[in-house]
Write a protein that binds this ligand. Sequence first.
Ligand code: NDP
Ligand code: MG
Length: 336
Amino acid sequence: MAKIYYDRDADLNLLNGKTIAVLGYGSQGHAHAQNLRDSGVKVIVGLRENSKTRATAEKDGFTVCTIAEAAKQADVVMFLIHDHMQASVYENEVKPNLKSDAKLAFAHGFSIHFGQIIPEANHDVFMVAPKGPGHIVRRMFADGKGTPCLIAVQQDASGKAKEFAIAYAAAIGAGRAGILETTFREETETDLFGEQAVLCGGISALMQAGFQTLVDAGYQPEMAYFECINEMKLIVDMIFEGGLSWMRYSVSDTAKYGDMTGGPAVIGEEAKKGMQQLLKNIQDGSFARDWILENQTGRPRMKKWAKAAQEAPCDVVGRELRKMMPWMEAKEAPKF
Ligand code: NDP
Ligand code: MG
């Protein structure tokens, strides 16, 4: 069973007099910076020279400096910039400027686990990874609640890295909800697997295949969209509230019977083999290698794929249907 810590286990005094440099002011960056500050911690924000988010961070009242300057002043450097940019930022701007006992912190294990960043032995290296997007991390905190967090320690130079990680996690509100202990390896591999096999890759492919099956059989695309895509939210909300059994309790008996017979017919042995292969590619580092190479070559495959995905029939139908429901505050992704 996972070890879970709460506010009562956290010693916030560990953060007294410490300067935390939050690198990046995006989804996670703004939430960590604001929650830490509200918990009485001294925060500076480190951004690149031409940063789009500099004005926002300054408007929110933060001292913004270059990444090199932030690293110089910091007792803790929290990396909240894109994972694929972290290694070069570390090498060029952070490493040459670090205090000898500065701690390095991450919200995802990719850079450390796959050896993109190899910190020197005198630094604590820990993770505080909220299990939710940044705007939720901030909103929950402001409402007096919290978003659960994972913590992990990769390198314990001070002998107190775990206590420090728990204190940091509590300072961003996670001690109200639960701070789960894991390792960089477990967090990285399960996170990548989840987004590939289920959350992003799996679910999009499942919904699109369902939509296409109905459309190919001559049903109206609008019907297919509502059935196979739009209704997903209602089902997932029920699973979120009470697990699969609450969802099954809530749907009709006919739907339950269809669930029992249909699920295994769609996600059978072949799908499970596909999942095992994805996991293997993550574990042996080949996924990480491919992704790093894709970035180094200007993302040719992703650019092609993203454009095609945006023009997929199900997204075109969905866009039209949402226009008829103005109360939905429909979102539109920027065009590729
Ligand atoms: P965002 O894309 O929201 O923000 C990225 C930030 O990084 C921006 O402020 C951007 O600044 C800055 N940045 C990008 N490239 C560079 C660069 N080369 N040099 C300096 N700054 C740069 O990222 P997230 O907040 O989503 O992700 C941050 C970390 O948090 C990642 O490790 C991610 O895995 C992790 N995480 C994310 C979660 C999420 O739900 N979003 C959940 C849990 C963890 P600029 O304005 O200059 O472009
Ligand atoms: Mg993820």
